[in-house]
Design a protein around this ligand. Structure first.
Ligand code: PEP
Ligand code: MG
Length: 588
């Protein structure tokens, strides 16, 4: 059945493929044909899983206090009732028998059909029961097979459809050749979204219930530019897919031309265009797409890809690859920014109530000093052995004392290494306190890099991974512009560089604003670099300053957004490629 949805466009590109559905524990729900002799044992396997699921729920219920009542208990009772419902298990058993299919697929099909009924009712309470169906399905599927025992196998035309994905999952799926990724939840500044952009896999997130709409093997069309996802597209839509695909290929060619442009405005102001890199595999792209430096290498992925942290030698080799990847003085390695929505597999920290406000970034490094020292030693050794100066960037600094402690550790580690390493210490300005203290921080740092992804999250009190509040999340908020302006002004007398390395740096309508505010370096995912260079070469610093100055006087996000987009189109629209105009009018 045809279903069309529009949600958050995460990573550009289009794909036409077949659904590979992942359940909530991120295991593939596959249709497997059972040989007739095994049908009875498959039915038994299902009934055993139902029995186990029920026993689990009853034991949760037993553990609740006798006086406990309310939603939690009601939901639990409803789940138990559904498990006892012979109609439900009967339907699954019949499907296993009539179609000769595996129990996992039968469970998924029956629950999808049930959720369809709930979706079409008006009653909010009934609609909320959809979530119960998700959880019940997840529980039965988990009990049908031990978690983690399945290897990811993707075909040539696989499009991953999942409830949620972690940044590490995205890397894994991309490596296995997924054509695109679509999810129920997620936002454009979550780390999984950032990584999808980096590895260049088209992605749409925040589709709410796409996992319940899609069946394994369904044909699916994904447009990562507009955020459109179509299940079971019609013939005319498949034709339009082919047209889009060839337009996209032409655009890619043009982008490679833009990559060669210098990071300079029409009136000669140099703005360095650097790359944000997550994986060493991307370093080749950084160079092809015209990066003039590495503005931020996020080291988290080196740490989160497995349960064990990498040793000093592994890190040293990794960092050496990074700092020798380009012939540029700007080679920036950010120290571990664990926490928020980035955790190593199974780490206890992820269960903190407010991970974004918890032990994250430099706080974690100053707590686990040995891990921090190992990382610093590996970075400094990489500098010493290559003779290249390295910029060390500290995440989540909220005040001077954290900066001083970190610098003292860096000096101590360096003194143990003797002659050789050469480094600069920079501070991520991503908490409101750091932005307010920017002048004092600038006096003790060698450079600043404004992390707008978190600065927006913490200043506007909007969880950057929560799609329910993503409508409030905007770089055009007056508070954000004023903070950025304050940081640039605070750093100017110290003569130190100020960069922006959040997603904002790669968003076309934000570029004139940041240039006008006096930001000297922009660091972004590699795919955005050619577009930003092209835009930069079409605008002037003089007029960008006027736009920034006028924007600082406006009072609402909408006023600023409208004003900036209007001015950019009025002043430079004629010299910009038509596809840029659309992006400027509807900033993602
Ligand atoms: C930021 O917060 O803007 C940033 C660049 O860091 P991250 O997205 O890794 O938190
Ligand atoms: Mg950050």
């Amino acid at each position: 059945m045809r279903v069309e949805r529009k949600a958050i466009p995460i990573s550009g590109g289009i794909a036409l493929g077949r659904v590979v559905l992942l359940d909530r524990s991120r295991m593939i729900v596959e249709r497997k044909q059972i040989d007739p002799a095994s049908v009875e044992s498959e039915k038994d396997r299902f009934m055993t899983a139902v029995g186990r699921s029920k026993a689990e729920l009853l034991s949760i219920k037993d553990g609740m206090g006798s006086t406990e009542e309310g939603d939690h208990l009601q939901i639990l009772n409803l789940n138990i009732m559904m498990l006892e419902d012979e109609l439900l298990s009967g339907e699954v058993l019949r499907l296993i028998e009539s179609e000769g299919v595996n129990a996992e697929w039968a469970v998924n099909s029956v629950l999808s059909r049930k959720s369809e009924k709930f979706r079409n009712v008006e009653d909010i309470y009934m609609k909320e029961r959809l979530a119960d169906i998700y959880y019940l399905g997840e529980r039965i599927l988990r009990n049908l097979r031990g978690a983690g025992d399945e290897k990811l196998r993707l075909g040539k035309d696989s499009v991953l459809v999942a409830h949620d994905v972690s940044a590490v999952d995205v890397v894994e799926y991309a490596k296995h050749g997924a054509l695109a990724i679509v999810t129920d939840i997620g936002t454009s500044t979550s780390h999984s979204a950032i990584v999808a952009k980096s590895v260049g896999v088209p992605a749409v997130m925040g589709l709410e219930d796409i996992t319940l709409r899609a069946c394994p093997g369904d044909r699916i069309f994904v447009d990562g530019f507009s955020g459109t996802v179509i299940l079971d597209p019609g013939e005319h839509e498949i034709d339009s897919f082919r047209k889009l695909k060839s337009d996209y290929a032409a655009l890619e060619k043009k982008l490679l031309e833009y990559a060669k442009l210098p990071g300079r405005t029409l009136d000669g102001r140099v703005v360095r265009i650097n790359a944000n890199v997550e994986l060493t595999d991307e370093l080749g792209h950084a160079s092809c797409f015209g990066a003039e430096g590495i503005g931020m290498y996020r080291t988290e992925f080196l740490f989160t890809k497995s349960a064990n942290y990498p040793g000093e030698q592994e890190q040293y080799e990794n960092y050496k690859k990074v700092i020798t990847s380009l012939d540029s003085p700007i080679m920036t390695i950010r120290t571990l920014d664990i926490g928020g929505d980035k955790f190593p597999t199974g780490m206890e920290l992820s269960r903190m109530l407010n991970p974004a406000l918890g032990l994250r970034g430099i706080r974690y490094s100053l707590r686990d000093v040995e891990t921090f020292k190992t990382q610093i030693k590996a970075i400094l050794r990489a500098s010493a052995s290559t003779g290249k100066k390295v910029r060390i960037l500290l995440p989540m600094i909220s005040g001077i004392s954290e900066l001083r402690k970190a610098k003292a550790i860096i000096s101590e580690v360096a003194s143990g290494l003797g002659e050789g390493p050469s480094w600069a210490v920079g501070v991520m300005i991503e908490t409101p306190s750091a932005a307010i203290m920017a002048s004092d921080i600038a006096a003790e740092a060698d450079f600043l890099s404004i992390g707008t992804n978190d600065l927006i999250q913490y200043t506007l009190a909007i969880d950057r991974v929560n799609e329910h509040v993503s409508y409030l999340y905007s770089p055009f908020h007056p508070a954000i512009l004023r903070l950025i302006s304050g940081v640039v002004d605070a750093a100017r007398p110290r003569g130190i560089p100020v960069a922006v390395c959040g997603e904002m740096a790669g968003q076309l309508p934000c570029v004139p604003l940041l240039v006008g505010l006096g930001v000297g370096e922009l660091s972004m995912n590699t795919h955005s670099i050619p577009r930003v260079k092209k835009l930069l070469g079409s605008i002037t610093e003089k007029e960008s300053r006027e736009i920034a100055r006028a924007s600082l006087g406006l009072k609402t996000e909408a006023d600023i957004r409208d004003y900036v987009t209007r001015e950019v189109i009025k002043k430079w629209g004629d010299s910009l490629p038509p596809e840029f105009i659309e992006e400027i009018v509807v900033p993602s």
